[in-house]
Design a protein around this ligand. Structure first.
Ligand code: UN1
Length: 493
């Protein structure tokens, strides 16, 4: 029998009430790693009750003290960075260097939010009346449901849990079923760092059982969700009917624009990293390449050469550039899109299949793929594939490139390679995405800037930076009248 993970509810590591478990697999080899609780509504309800109770005292812990706990969390993450990264590669598949980056993102967030314990600035402003003081302070809200995906098993939970905690909320955390071990390790670290019982609760289980219970629970005040557009809409609908606060991050169809005057060596490095890093399984991954006609042919040929040299394999092997996809369904989904692309008339330049190397047959591998002759209305140019598939679109001008960039339902990240400062600033102004890069790929957001997107990518909230505190706290306006008499706003002088 494999090691069994446990839920963490009210400070106790506990079995799921129904006693059911499922397997967690290594996507590179197919081997079973651990068994994971397949929890039910009952576990989720117990976790919400524990978080609700703990909120009464946690909200009163001074924010700098809450921040100090997060500082210890950051230190523990640092100490365990390499062992956590290795576990992540085994469980999620991304190459070790990237897994280390994922843990580092969590470390950065821990130290940043630890500092917010001593900032969390509100503001004072003059009152319109004499002898009266006015200020706005941040208030904790209550129980936060944190529902996270498998592609950043450490970073994304920390983006949500750390600001939730420093702002004084308590948490019920439901991680993706594919990456339970990292969630488990993170919660163990939170416990070890001194987070009091009930303040963070961990419930493993499916979206339909645990997720559904959390989003519709009357005692859950906040929901932070990263995942598919379809599920995000459902979360918003259920939560909206109860007026819960919801932050959604729902993916992208991110583009890199390459103008004729670009530094091509740099652009190619940025494209390969953004399209095939994490095997294309980032919300910020580049899946569209919008190329000005003067360099289209040379860029296509050079990209094909580079793609042909990418080596697939286990992320633990230092020679590997591209690891496996998360599971079989992902391989099927990517392959389905490749067929759709061909049916739509796009030209398959390279890839487009599973590798035929017998050493890779047990894993969920897919060859890095490039399509050319792609037009904007094609499904491969519109829908999120979440795999190593890149589509090249030819344009004549910067204006056309920007139009193509903006003509998708998502709006997360975009990038432009150009040496022309005027073109760069025009792009900054006109690219309708939440993140814009100049002369860098579409991935690699830093934790102290707002993260999120426009249109179908979300619902207007931002994660990370101080923007995260705006989501996880409520503004309270406070008026202190020290005049000793009735002063009527808008009426008295
Ligand atoms: C995601 O894929 O949801 O900017 C997060 C990046 C990473 C985070 C991606 N720092 O690519």
């Amino acid at each position: 029998m494999h090691v069994r993970l446990l839920n963490f509810i009210g400070g106790q590591w506990s079995e799921p009430v129904n006693g059911q478990y499922h397997n967690d697999y290594n996507p590179a080899t197919g081997e079973v790693l651990v068994e994971v609780p397949r929890s039910s509504r009952e576990d989720a309800n117990r976790a919400v009750a524990a978080a609700k109770e703990a909120f009464q005292s946690w909200r009163l812990v001074p924010a700098p003290k809450r921040g100090e706990i997060l500082f210890r969390v950051g230190q523990l993450l640092m100490e365990r960075k390499s062992e956590l990264a290795k576990k992540m590669t085994q469980e999620m598949g991304k190459v070790l260097l990237e897994a280390e980056g994922d843990v580092q993102e969590g470390i950065d967030m821990a130290f940043y939010m630890a500092g917010e314990g001593r900032r969390s600035f509100g503001y004072t402003t003059p009152s319109e009346l004499p002898n009266k003081f006015a200020m706005a302070v941040r208030d904790p809200i209550g129980v936060a449901a944190i529902i996270t995906p498998w592609n950043f098993p450490m970073a994304i939970p920390t983006w949500k849990i750390f600001p939730a905690l420093v702002a004084g909320n308590t948490v019920v955390f439901k991680p993706a079923s594919e990456t339970p071990q990292l969630a488990y390790e993170l919660v163990k670290i939170l416990e070890e760092a001194g987070v009091p019982a009930g303040v963070v609760n961990l419930v493993f289980g499916s979206g339909s059982e645990v997720g559904e219970t959390l989003i519709s629970h009357p005692d859950v005040a906040l929901i932070s969700f990263t995942g598919s557009n379809e599920t995000g809409r459902h979360v918003a609908q259920v939560a909206g009917s109860q007026l819960k606060r919801v932050s959604l991050e729902l993916g992208g169809k991110n583009a890199i624009i390459v103008l004729d005057d670009a530094d091509l060596d740099l652009a190619i490095d940025g494209i390969i990293w953004s399209a095939f890093g994490t095997t294309g399984q980032r919300c910020t991954a580049c899946s569209r390449l919008i190329v000005q006609e003067g360099i289209y042919d040379v860029l296509r040929e050079r990209l094909k050469d580079r793609i042909a040299k990418l080596s697939l394999g286990s992320g633990l092997d230092s020679k590997t550039d591209v690891g496996p996809l998360i599971n079989r369904q992902a391989v099927e989904k990517v392959h389905k899109y490749v067929q759709i692309g061909q049916d739509e008339g796009a030209h398959l330049e390279i890839g487009g299949d599973v590798p035929h190397d017998s050493g890779l047959s047990a894993g969920n591998f897919y060859l890095p793929t490039l399509f050319t002759d792609v037009t904007i209305e094609m499904r491969i140019a519109q829908e999120e594939i979440f795999g190593p598939v890149l589509s090249m679109i030819k344009v004549k001008t910067l204006e056309e490139a920007i139009q193509v960039n903006n003509k998708v339902t998502y709006g997360l990240s975009s990038s432009i390679f150009t040496r022309n400062v005027n073109a760069a600033f025009q792009a900054i102004r006109d690219l309708a995405t939440g993140i814009v890069y100049i002369n860098a790929g579409t991935i690699g957001a830093e934790i102290h800037l707002p993260f999120g997107g426009t249109r179908g990518t979300g619902n207007g909230h931002r994660e990370a930076g101080t923007a995260a505190l705006d989501f996880f706290s409520e503004w309270k306006a406070v008026y202190v009248d020290y005049s000793g008499k009735l002063q009527r706003a808008q009426i008295d002088d």
